[in-house]
Ligand binder design. Structure first.
Ligand code: CA2
Length: 149
């Protein structure tokens, strides 16, 4: 029997604090809750979800490079979305479909959050749907895997 496709759920800087501070902006759900839910949803959709979080740009670049051997990525780059050409280049260099998630509606916030360095090389973007956006992104990645496989 073929192995199930594997999808990486990757979260960037400060997202380890979810649910612990600033509930008005990001809600009360913790990162552990999100990871548990996506692993569960992945099971329902027939994919294995593996999870990682880092506050370090270089480690996120390494994770994206390693995703070359996986089938899809759901990625909330956090503030690095607005600044990181290194992450953009990494995503662009890897053929694995990657969908960007922002919990908040970045377009309704400060002007510096309206720009995403990473979005142009993504296979899709979800912003402003709260933590539900991670589920939407996973469903889209699974759909893309079905299209390509
Ligand atoms: O809306 C999102 O998901 C963001 O990626 C979150 C980033 C922000 O810089 C982006 O513009 C939009 C910030 C993550 C900070 O997470 C915290 C969570 C709880 C308490 C404090 C920070």
């Amino acid at each position: 029997m073929d192995a199930r496709p594997t999808v990486l759920l990757l979260n960037g800087p400060n997202l380890n604090l979810l649910g612990r501070r600033d509930p008005a902006q990001y809600g009360t759900t913790t990162l552990a809750d999100i990871e548990k839910r996506l692993v569960e949803l992945g099971g329902e959709l027939g994919v294995e979800v593996v999870c990682a979080q880092s506050n370090h740009e270089g480690e996120l670049v390494d994770r994206i490079h390693a995703a070359r051997d996986l089938d899809g990525v759901v990625f909330n780059p956090g503030a690095y979305a607005h600044t990181s050409i290194a992450l953009r280049d990494a995503i662009d260099a890897v053929p694995t479909p990657c969908v960007e998630v922002h919990i908040s509606n970045v377009h309704a916030r400060e002007p510096f959050r309206h720009v995403s360095m990473t979005a142009p090389v993504m296979s899709g973007c979800v912003s402003g749907c709260g933590v539900h956006g991670y589920e939407l992104a996973l469903r889209h990645v699974v759909w893309l895997i079905g299209q390509n496989g």
